[in-house]
Design a protein around this ligand. Structure first.
Ligand code: AOF
Ligand code: ZN
Length: 354
């Protein structure tokens, strides 16, 4: 392949990835997917992305966006897609079939779709129809973008984010006069917005029964647009009255089985692809002890509490990065390598030309 072709492919795939991100918070548990169509003279003649769960796929929207006067160019055109076109009838018909009907000359795909209903069949359908297929362009970026969806497919459980806010002396809350944990505001205003944005990217929020009783949280999206996640309370002893706490429904209890089993069940039975665990400390520590997490996000407040509920203990040597919120608090993100260890070497490769 020529260098100019390679650079063009990366440029167009970057655009497709940018389009895919418009689906953030709207498509889960489906992947975010973007598609770009270029004519032989290098013009972008079509663009699309998967906009909402159950809706048309990115390729369908891209093909539909092509102007009538450009449609004759399709058999000479290239389509760039951030995920292998699907080959199955799900909520929508197979995209690979649509692409072969359009007669695309070339398809450039970032990563294969590990969904067992697709898993290489989409690429095969295209090749068998005479389309030239290139796979692996910006694979790392596409993997990063869809790490939630890919975790479900590769590890057979939802993607799990643990989240808490801790004081400068590593407490996540205070004890009230009765000796029970009591709510204590440590998050900054921007930290709260950040948290709601992350809620919008998950399908369920999990909390322990103690947190449900002491904090009486609403667990809704208020500072960010999107659909409210389901609420899941780990409550083996059935201490929490879910109907009173969450009168609008969309809430259920787990706790009869081992934590891992319960979390896997959330994925299988309720189409939950990503969860956020918001506390309390005991539940968060259980996820940590079981190595049952993909990402930890800790907001650090400069407040000193001197005593209180101790923050969970993060395993040493997890890769992390820290950023400062404009209102003073900092956020540290830790990544569990478990997911990156489960994917192919090709997907881990860092794109050198950008
Ligand atoms: C694509 N393009 O934009 C997306 C794909 O139930 P359905 O019909 O929406 O199918 C969902 C599955 O299709 C999903 O699990 C994933 O394997 C694939 N998603 N494929 O060609 C897209 N969103
Ligand atoms: Zn599709």
């Amino acid at each position: 392949m020529s260098i100019s072709q390679d650079i063009t492919d990366r440029l167009m795939m970057s655009r497709a990835l940018q389009l895919a991100r418009f689906g953030s918070g709207r498509v889960s548990p489906n992947p975010m997917v973007g598609a770009v169509i270029t004519s032989p003279d290098g013009r972008i003649i079509g663009e699309g992305w998967h906009r909402y769960f159950g809706g048309p796929h990115a390729e369908v929207n891209a093909v539909r966006s092509v102007k009538e006067s450009d449609r004759h160019l399709l058999p000479h055109s290239t389509i760039y897609v951030t995920l292998e076109p699907c080959s199955h009838y799900g909520k929508t018909p197979p995209c690979a079939q649509l692409l072969t009907e359009c007669g695309f000359k070339r398809a450039v795909v970032a990563i294969e779709d590990p969904n067992p209903q697709v898993a290489g069949r989409g690429l095969r359908m295209l090749r068998e129809a005479g389309c030239k297929v290139a796979v692996g362009i910006m694979a790392r970026e596409a993997t990063e973008l869809n790490r939630r969806f890919l975790t479900v497919q590769k590890l057979g459980r939802p993607w799990i984010q643990l989240k808490w806010c801790e004081s400068a002396d590593k407490f996540i809350g205070k004890f009230g006069e009765n000796g029970q944990p009591s709510p204590c505001p440590l998050s900054s205003p921007l930290g709260k917005v950040w948290m709601h944005r992350h809620r919008s990217m998950c399908d369920a929020i999990v909390i322990g029964s103690g947190t449900a009783i002491t904090d009486r949280p609403r667990l809704t999206l208020r500072s960010w647009p999107g659909k409210n996640p389901a609420r899941v309370v780990a409550d083996r002893r059935k201490r929490v009255d879910l109907e009173t706490l969450f009168p609008d429904g969309n809430a259920f209890r787990i706790g009869d089985h081992a934590l891992r089993t319960e979390i896997e069940r959330l994925g299988r039975e309720y189409e939950i692809g990503a969860i956020m665990v918001e506390g309390g400390s005991t539940l968060l520590q259980s996820f940590l002890d079981e190595n049952l997490f993909d990402e930890i996000r800790v907001e650090h407040s400069p407040i000193i509490l001197n005593t209180g509920v101790a923050a969970p203990e993060i395993p040493a040597s997890l890769p992390s990065s820290t950023k400062t919120l404009t209102d003073g608090n900092t956020v540290t993100t830790y990544r569990n390598p478990i997911f990156w260890n489960a994917i192919s070497t090709r997907q881990k490769e860092i794109t050198l030309i950008s």
